[in-house]
Design a protein around this ligand. Structure first.
Ligand code: PAF
Length: 293
């Protein structure tokens, strides 16, 4: 039903209703921003809305827990869902419309199209979660086409995802400008994430070790230590701190995600980490200071 209220924000569930609202704003000469999310919102998501409001006049937020980006055994069925709460937060943050489609609106019977960005998706989370970025590329391509927004904002916490989305928008001539928003952190350095809520109190106390280990490794690489050695030490520090398994700690070029072997790196570089703590898989990344300058 078009125009129904969830919390305090106007909510639409059909692509036709989304397009009608966006085209109406554009006919008035307004620029439209898009902030795709899977819900379970935290301050990091609200900062995406704030970033979109800097660049555009009206912001459409989306909430869709996309089944095609979850692997077998991942948390699709248990992913937190609370649309009323999220809708109220989005309204307070200044979003004008929520697009929250049901699965059959996004993937109707007979849906058969895949979107795959090769190269960028082979490493880091792409290697640890096979198929994940194919699902992300598929749903984001659809959301960008559905909304026809002037700009769309994605968080830099998912840096690889942002790189994949920039590439697909460029390759597929999608005219929406893709903007990144900086990572928001808790006071102890933990990057904000919907999955932080899976942590027990003890695990929550351990979790900031990820940002600490990446910060230390980045400083070492900036100082001339071989990236492979610094990353191996960071991974060992995570195991020692209590992380159950480390998917990767890796230093890569910021844009191409090519591996970095030299220290200090010749081009802008970032250090990336992903590790499991209890039920949660935490990811983080940060720049190698001074790299490529
Ligand atoms: O980052 C996310 O929340 C999701 O991967 C996205 C971009 C909304 C696609 O489902």
């Amino acid at each position: 039903m078009a125009g129904a209220m969830a919390g305090a924000i106007e909510t639409v569930r059909r692509v036709g209703d989304l397009r009608a609202r966006v085209r109406g704003w554009k006919a008035e000469g307004l620029r439209v921003g898009l902030t795709p999310t899977m819900g379970a919102l935290h301050e990091g998501h609200l900062s995406l809305v704030a970033r979109a409001l800097e660049a555009t006049d009206r912001v459409v937020a989306t909430i869709f827990v996309n089944p095609t980006q979850f692997g077998a055994g991942e948390d699709f069925s248990t992913y937190p869902r609370d649309e009323a709460r999220d809708g109220a937060l989005l309204a307070r943050a200044g979003a004008s419309l929520l697009f929250a489609p049901p699965v059959e609106e996004m993937y109707p019977p007979g849906f058969a199209t895949e979107v795959r960005v090769s190269g960028l998706t082979d490493c880091l989370c792409g290697a640890a979660r096979p198929g994940h970025f194919d699902g992300v590329a598929q749903v984001v391509t659809k959301l960008l086409n559905q909304a026809e927004a002037d700009a769309a904002v994605f968080g830099e916490k998912d840096w690889q995802q942002l790189a994949v989305i920039r590439r697909l928008a460029r390759d597929l001539d999608i005219p929406t400008e893709i903007l990144g928003a900086p990572i928001l952190r808790e006071a102890d350095g933990l990057a904000m994430s919907s999955r932080n809520r899976y942590l027990t109190a003890e695990e929550r106390a351990v979790a900031p070790a990820l940002a600490r280990a990446l910060t230390a490794a980045a400083a070492e690489i900036a100082g001339g230590r071989a990236p492979a050695e610094a990353c191996a030490d960071a991974a060992a520090a995570l195991q020692a701190a209590g992380f159950r398994a480390v998917d990767y700690v890796d230093c890569r070029e910021a844009d191409s995600l090519a591996p970095v072997q030299s220290a200090p790196p010749a081009r802008p570089a970032r250090i990336f980490g992903a590790a499991h703590l209890g039920r949660a898989r935490l990811i983080d990344n940060l720049p190698v200071p001074g790299a490529g300058r």
